[in-house]
Design a protein around this ligand. Sequence first.
Ligand code: PMP
Length: 453
Amino acid sequence: RTSIGGIGRDRIARLRETEAEAFRKARPKSAAKIGNGLPGFFGGVPMHWMNDWPTPFPILVDSAKGATITDIDGNRLDDFCLGDTGSMFGHSPPPVARAIRRQAGRGLTYMLPSEDALAIGPLLQQHFGLPFWQIATTATDANRFALRVARAVTSREKILVFNGCYHGSVDETMVRLVDGRPVNRPGLAGEFRDLTHKTGVVEFNDLPALEAALRGKDIACVITEPVLTNSCMVLPDPGFHDALRKLTRAAGTLLLIDETHTISTGPGGYTRTYGLEPDLFVLGKPIAGGVPASVWGMSDDVATRYAAYNLTKEPGYSGMGTTLSGNPLQFAAMRATLEEVMTDENYLHMGRLALRLHAGLTGVIDRYRLPWHAARVGARVEFICAPGPLRNGGEAEAAHAPDLEAAIHVALVNQGVLIAPFHNMMLISPATTATQVNRLITAFGAVAARLAA
Ligand code: PMP
């Protein structure tokens, strides 16, 4: 193909080159320190995803506050990546920072509850509706544990995912449809099992395929995000969630809703805003304001069945729980987040600015007649360098334009705006200002003008 997303390859390559040069030039100190990688780390980074940013080398952060991140060269960036949702409520939200300071001298991990934990159970019930909860440290782990319970209580081995899903590094969800055939997700390291034996995969919004997959009544659980946010952004068709719930119930299959990204919708997630009725619920990333923590919840029915299952089982290691989970630092930070940060008022602000951002990006796309579109779920906005809306993970895969996106990302950074790597995601936090949103729209317009010229 000579063009990607309606833009000529030559033009994309030129933009990438100029912008990479500008990035380096603005960061002499960073280049000297990490231009050739961080010493002592495999691949030159402490966590290999840090190499996936499209900048010539990772931004070496000095500090971050609210929705601004500052690198060691003194470049200030309006941060719309926000740690890919971990800091969706802003960097160091003041109530969370206070809670951390309060807990800092009182012990950081005991494998025992603190008094903050007394408040958290009821807060989780109020926010998300489900009656029984557990705390873990990552969304990955919360999903793994919830899936384990789903298999335990249904006595079924298999699960079902939607094509293009991401639920963390949960082995059994790592499958894809390639030319309509289920396969292990390309790129998996050290995986010798054929995961498709135990994991079914169908396209999102494809109700006939879902119905067919559930017909054998051998699926323990369907795990999904309410909106696919890891495959560009794919919104559910009207009626999709209703049908998903009816079909899973009819098949005796549990429904796990992973709200880790869609918590951008409101203080009770997409689930509460749209009245979903999950059997299992998972939320990680920002639930403790940036301190590593996650939660997973069970319905009354699942909890009753799980308690009964435990009575029948040999006592022994459940395969769930990790040593640092449910520690007092998590409790303090999570309580502060649930009580003082995940408020209606904050979400109102986030939603308003996200609407403005979505309209602004759409305006730019229209002005330059680009074959692109923008999508939104609450405070989360995504631009996609292909026409839309996308209806499933297969379409989303085809819509990805990595080279073009990388060129745009670096050009935005050079104008003082940071958006999430891997895709084109932008988050609005309670600390984000209208001025920052306007700057992003202007910067996006400037890049679009250069690409379309
Ligand atoms: N669920 C969803 C929907 C996610 O997007 C992610 C991460 N992007 C996870 C789970 C896993 O989160 P973590 O990497 O913090 O375990």
